[in-house]
Design a protein around this ligand. Structure first.
Ligand SMILES: Nc1nc2c(c(=O)[nH]1)N[C@H]1C(S)=C(S)[C@@H](COP(=O)(O)OP(=O)(O)OC[C@H]3O[C@@H](n4cnc5c(=O)[nH]c(N)nc54)[C@H](O)[C@@H]3O)O[C@H]1N2
Ligand SMILES: Nc1nc2c(c(=O)[nH]1)N[C@H]1C(S)=C(S)[C@@H](COP(=O)(O)OP(=O)(O)OC[C@H]3O[C@@H](n4cnc5c(=O)[nH]c(N)nc54)[C@H](O)[C@@H]3O)O[C@H]1N2
Ligand code: SF4
Ligand SMILES: [Mo]
Length: 869
């Protein structure tokens, strides 16, 4: 069978894939986002398609039911709440992972038919500050540039972005451009050392939230050096003087950088016209996120470096359809097609296009307030779609409680048990990636189709269909009578033409009459796509902003900085790792992806670790007024003092105490409503475990004990754990942890190492291994994983050592070819000194390339011997 062209369901790069029903996935050589490239997550998609753990039928009150009963219940509850308490008593909380068609109908239902705007999305946690910053500066939420600009630039500045891990294919494109043109300089601005800073020419370890001060210092310097584009500013920009005086009132010292570092940055940025400033969550997720965005935009506007090849500000979107969500008006303060709720003409246009009985007249509740309103009883019915807020929202324990407190809650999910689905009343089974069809828009405004290549399993239905099924039952049968996604797409495209008529930027009306066959053959295309005239490649090169006077605004922004250091008060920074996707409900199904980083961890500076009495391998307890978490300490001088970095991915479903958002305060940027997920103050201490353990089982292990982190392996599951009470019986403890009630037991006490070892056999098959010790257990994890599920002798397995002649490959670095750190180090010691040579010897880094930055670090760590030595 011919593979199907589709689009990756993970990050906003939006790579094209060739997917087959047997789960084989390749990069699509013809897709203009990736030209055949892939990253480790995309390459491992085939391992996530199994039906294990999928939600396959509607559930009410924990029991399976039929669709009609579930839909009648949901529609009845929402209608009753609207009737009895008004439209503002219901809310949807949706996701940048929905397809545009799903997203569009959800918004249509809430804003045009229920008549309130209480629909917000996880993009509030992600892109809201950029949206607000764009709107302040441009009058519209427009990303002006294209990926090609990154290849045409002379200087690329990455601000608050770990591109090498979070947008790996874009990073690969940049690296390829750099190897062709070594003059291309990459600057990364991040308080922390990352895989991206390793691949950069200059790393500016700005103090947390020092970005506004940094770009203010740049604006001052642009002016001092006479490099303002006077003609552009005079013709197209307002607010120059006010912004400059605000910038000049900011102290360069507030950046936390030295005078030399600042000068280097100024020289590079000002010295080349072709500069692209890429920004992401280190900018957006801050109490001053919107100001940071405008501080960056100010510098591009003052120099007229926008909308021309090789230059411009560039916000990279996170989720596969973060951009599409903004286009359909997914946020509580927007209308479809970049129209504004506050504008009466805009509302009228949308209402008449929808022929709807009503239209919301004021912005709805933004994510943090939305869940507060759930807790307070204002929201009587809540519908969550395609997101896991009990893990990803700040103050996550309170969010979980808030969902429980709502009279009636429903979730549309693909996975049976998530931290959120287990606290909702109704679970509706959605078709997953690979089983459904619809469009997504990537970071460069390129619309691509995700196509089904598998049949829908069980009773699952696509999200758009579930929403329409409910809307029809709420009395709006005609307005939601779509038979397929293309019908929704056509309506949406037609509306965008009317929106553009009101002066908007978003116009895809050229696709408003697309046929079913045309949609099925959809090839990736960048908007704007007006009907009857050609679109443009880039926006704003010659002005033409969306404010009424067509001018952009430079916005005065001031950074304030509380530089006091307090004893045992740390700034909590959070973010992503290379091989997991958010709350791991999908990427966590891949054993390969789970090996790269198998535990939640906290990066901490060696001096802080010393002060806290932390040794490598110890556990770290993180506490705030909101909650606590326990993670593995990772001691590194790559992180600044008094800060700690923890990944966002671990949830209650796979860890006992690794859910970091339980600790994070629900503090928001007052302009965008985006939570400060990279800020927040915490206290740290060494977690005093009485024992540490490691377990491997053929059965799925629950997240138990005082500390635990469970991952999927090739033979079942493995788990790191620790306890604060000595179990009465290690055998019983092993059975509980391994989730194996039956089977014969072998036990061994290794007094030399102080390790208790328990093996469980079912007949001749080894079903579980459990190791415990008073200090972190030092058995060979990979060896233990490879033994479980086989006919391994108990005593050999309990010895936990690699068999003679079988070297331990070490922690996984290259997920594509399963190459461990020890294999790579040994190749380097044997003389491989470049990425190509390491690739030739071990195959590491030769497929998706996501691990190249890590390989380079390993190469750099080994001194190269010269002939003289
Ligand atoms: N592997 C992987 N890739 C992903 C995702 C995933 O879950 N896994 N998710 C996708 C999504 S939805 C998103 S939004 C993107 C996010 O992509 P990124 O924004 O690149 O990812 P993060 O790791 O959240 O944060 C980036 C960096 O911001 C830094 N930072 C923290 N505070 C500051 C600060 O004050 N200033 C500056 N300059 N930097 C700071 C952090 O140290 C971190 O290294 O990734 C997308 N891609
Ligand atoms: N501490 C901290 N917290 C963060 C961040 C951070 O940097 N630090 N980043 C924030 C950001 S940028 C983001 S984008 C969020 C992401 O956070 P979430 O959106 O909560 O994370 P996901 O795990 O992607 O959740 C998606 C859910 O949808 C389900 N799903 C998958 N496919 C489908 C489908 O087709 N239909 C339906 N109905 N459901 C589906 C998945 O199983 C999963 O449970 O996290 C935010 N939270
Ligand atoms: S870079 Fe990786 S995760 Fe992002 S779209 Fe491409 S293959 Fe998917
Ligand atoms: Mo995101």
């Amino acid at each position: 069978m011919k593979p199907v062209c589709t689009t990756c369901p993970y990050c906003g790069v939006g790579c094209g894939l060739l997917a087959s029903g047997d789960g084989s996935i390749k990069g699509d050589p013809d897709h203009p986002s990736n030209f055949g490239r892939l990253c480790s997550k995309g390459a491992a998609l085939g391992e996530t398609l199994g039906l294990e753990g999928r939600l396959l039928s509607p559930h009410v009150g924990g029991a399976p039911t039929d669709w009609d009963s579930a839909l009648d219940l949901v529609a009845g509850k929402f209608s009753a709440a609207v009737r009895e308490h008004g439209p503002d008593s219901v809310a949807f909380y949706v996701s940048g992972q929905l397809l545009s068609e799903d997203y569009y109908v959800a918004n249509k239902l809430m804003k045009g038919f229920i008549g309130a705007a209480n629909i917000d999305t996880n993009s509030r946690l992600c892109m809201a500050s950029t949206v607000a910053g764009h709107k302040r500066a441009f009058g519209s939420d427009t990303v002006s540039g294209t990926y090609e600009d990154l290849e045409l630039a002379d200087v690329i500045v990455l601000v608050g972005s770990n591109l090498a891990w979070c947008h790996p294919v874009l990073f690969q494109r940049i690296q390829a451009a750099k190897s062709e043109r070594p003059g291309l300089k990459i600057i990364t601005i991040d308080p922390r050392r990352t895989a991206t800073t390793h691949g950069s020419d200059l790393h500016l370890a700005v103090r947390p939230d020092g970005d506004t001060a940094l770009f203010n210092s740049l604006l001052g310097e642009i002016v001092r050096r006479g490099r303002v584009d006077q003609a552009y500013v005079e013709a197209h920009v307002h607010g120059f003087e006010q912004s400059l005086s605000a910038a000049q009132s900011t102290l360069p010292a507030d950046t936390g950088l030295s005078a030399e570092e600042l000068q280097l940055f100024h020289d590079l940025w000002i010295g080349s016209e072709k500069v692209v400033t890429v920004f992401s969550q280190g900018v957006n997720q801050s109490v001053g996120g919107t100001d940071k965005v405008n501080a960056i935009l100010n510098c591009h506007l003052a120099t007229g470096r926008i909308g021309r090849p090789g230059m411009g500000p560039f916000s990279v979107t996170g989720q596969p359809n973060a951009m599409g969500g903004r286009e359909v008006g997914g946020l509580a303060n927007m209308l479809a097609c970049h129209l504004d709720i506050e504008d009466a003409d805009h509302r009228k246009t949308v209402q008449s296009a929808w022929q709807s009985p009503t239209i919301c007249t004021k912005p709805g509740l933004k994510a943090v307030d939305l869940f507060r309103a759930c807790a307070s009883g204002q929201i009587k019915a809540l519908w969550v779609m395609g997101t896991n807020p009990a893990v990803s929202m700040p103050d996550a324990d309170a969010v979980s409680q808030a969902i429980k407190a709502v009279d009636f809650s429903v979730i549309s999910e693909v996975v049976e048990q998530t931290d959120t689905s287990t606290v909702t009343d109704v679970q509706l089974p959605a078709t997953a990636w690979g089983e459904k069809t619809g469009t997504v828009t990537n970071s460069e405004r390129r619309i691509s189709l995700q196509r089904a290549f598998l049949s829908a399993p069980g009773e699952t239905r696509p999200d758009w269909k579930i929403i329409c099924d409910v809307a029809q039952r709420m009395g709006w049968a005609e307005a939601f009578s779509y038979q397929s996604p293309v019908e929704i797409f056509r309506e949406y495209a037609a509306l965008s033409g009317q929106a553009a008529g009101l002066g908007g930027d978003f116009d895809i009306s050229g696709l408003a009459t697309i046929s079913e066959a045309g949609y099925a053959e959809f090839t990736p295309v960048q908007w704007p796509i007006p009907s009857g005239s050609p679109g443009v490649d880039r926006f704003f090169g010659a002005g033409g902003f969306s404010h009424r006077d067509k001018r952009a605004r430079m916005v005065p922004v001031i950074a304030t900085y509380d530089g006091r250091r307090r004893r045992n008060i740390f700034q909590l920074n959070t973010g992503r790792i290379r091989d997991q996707w958010h709350t791991m409900t999908r990427s966590g199904k891949s054993p390969r992806l789970s090996q790269h980083q198998s535990e939640p961890f906290g990066e901490i500076h060696p001096k802080d670790a010393d002060e806290l009495g932390l040794k490598p391998g110890d556990l770290l307890e993180i506490q705030s007024a909101y909650g606590r978490a326990v993670v593995r300490a990772r001691i590194t001088d790559g992180i600044a003092r008094s800060t700690v970095f923890v990944p966002m991915h671990w949830s209650g479903a796979n860890s006992a105490t690794g859910r970091i958002n339980a600790v994070i305060a629900p503090t928001i940027d007052p302009i965008s409503g985006q939570p400060d997920l990279k800020g927040g103050l915490v206290q740290l201490r060494r977690f005093d475990a009485l024992w540490y353990g490691f377990a491997v089982s053929v059965a799925q292990m629950p997240a138990s004990s005082a500390y635990s982190a469970v991952i999927k392996t090739t033979s079942g599951w493995s788990c790191e754990l620790a306890g604060i009470e000595m179990p009465a019986s290690w055998v019983q403890q092993a059975r509980n942890v391994l989730n194996l009630k039956t089977g014969s037991i072998s036990q061994m006490r290794d007094s030399a190492k102080g390790i208790t070892r328990v093996a469980i056999h079912e007949g001749s098959r080894l079903t579980g291994l459990f190791f415990a010790a008073s200090s972190p257990v030092t058995v060979d994890r990979q060896r233990a994983v490879s033994q479980v599920g086989t006919d391994e002798q108990a005593l050999a397995a309990l010895a936990g050592l690699p068999a003679v002649g079988q070297p331990d490959p070490g922690r996984l670095v290259c997920a594509c070819f399963n190459v461990g750190v020890n294999t790579i180090r040994s190749a380097i010691h044997q003389g491989a000194t470049t990425l190509v040579e390491v690739g030739n010897c071990t195959a590491a880094g030769t497929n998706c390339g996501s691990c190249k930055a890590e390989l380079q670090t390993l190469i750099n760590a080994v001194p190269i011997l010269t002939a003289a030595e």
